[in-house]
Design a protein around this ligand. Structure first.
Ligand code: NAD
Length: 261
């Protein structure tokens, strides 16, 4: 299936590790050009070195996304270098455990800065370019937006707002032919998830308990499976009439009856 993404320029925030890395790889496999925007952690540097060695069309812009000026500069960099932008994948974020009792208003606000405000900033600054290309936005949210988790008010608020903004932007951007959708993962093994599991008292037992509760196949979702949905939603040829959708890719974890697991 040709997704029609050849030579399209796609920005993936946090696109150098975990789910974002898988999305970058999926876009590159479709012969798109990818711009990764985010921190240059060790994982990201490894991916960057691999991309450079393979002469892949993948650029890296270091940015602390919590700073809106860095978001603006990143989009300006894309404009200067490519003169176009066809897709924006807002993906960077982390479940930071700022709870109602355990957090405080300042840390809650900081969590929104790390997890939510850059979704708006990136879309805002990218908008003129997306209007020119009639491009697409995909917001990576989380099942936490639908189920809650406990102890993570900032992250839950950010992830829920991303779903609301998906609908809001899909409505606002209809006249420009810009489609906006979101993908909700639940349990995907990534560097972030590994760090969280390793902090549990019995990491492997905890992981086994979680995977046993996932209805389809009793396994984690692969990052490549989130990426496949994302790249489909970016496709102007295959998902050209799909907008305002929040799609949960989680092996039935969020929606199926508990008695099935
Ligand atoms: N892994 C899961 O099971 C899971 C489940 C639900 C939702 N998600 C969502 O998927 C997305 C990706 O998660 P992941 O597990 O791949 O994470 P990850 O930490 O493995 O990768 C995310 C990348 O984004 C970067 N990043 C994060 N916040 C940033 C910021 N403020 N500025 C610059 N760079 C930043 C990180 O440094 C990292 O390179 C997040 O939005 C997360 O909430 C993940």
């Amino acid at each position: 299936m040709d997704l029609g993404l050849k030579d399209h320029v796609i920005v993936v925030t946090g696109g150098g590790a975990g789910i974002g890395e898988a999305i970058s790889r999926a876009c590159l496999a479709e012969q798109a050009r990818v711009v990764v925007v985010g921190r240059l952690s060790e994982n990201v540097k490894r991916f960057q070195a691999e991309m450079q060695a393979a002469h892949n069309r993948c650029e890296f812009i270091e940015a602390q996304l919590a700073d809106p000026q860095q978001c603006r500069k990143a989009v300006e960099g894309v404009q200067q270098h490519y003169g176009r932008l066809d897709g924006l994948v807002n993906n960077a974020g982390a479940n930071d455990g700022i709870g109602l009792a355990s957090g405080d208003p300042e840390r809650f606000t900081e969590s929104l800065r790390q997890n939510l405000l850059h979704y708006y900033a990136m879309a805002h600054y990218a908008l003129p370019l997306l209007k020119e290309s009639q491009g697409a936005i995909v917001n990576i949210s989380s099942k936490v937006a639908l189920t809650g988790q406990g102890g993570t008010s900032g992250y839950a608020a950010a992830k829920g707002a991303q779903l609301a903004l998906t609908r809001e932007w899909a409505a606002e951007l209809l006249p420009f032919g810009i489609r906006v959708n979101s993908v909700l993962p639940a349990e995907v093994m990534t560097p972030l998830y590994r760090r969280w599991i390793d902090k549990q008292d019995q990491p492997e037992t905890t992981l086994k308990k979680i995977t046993e509760r996932i209805p389809l196949g009793h396994r984690m979702t692969e990052a490549s499976e989130i990426a496949a949905m994302t790249v489909f939603l970016l496709s102007p040829t295959q998902s050209g009439h799909t907008t305002a959708q929040n799609i949960v890719v989680d092996g039935g974890y969020t929606h199926l009856d508990r008695s099935l697991t």
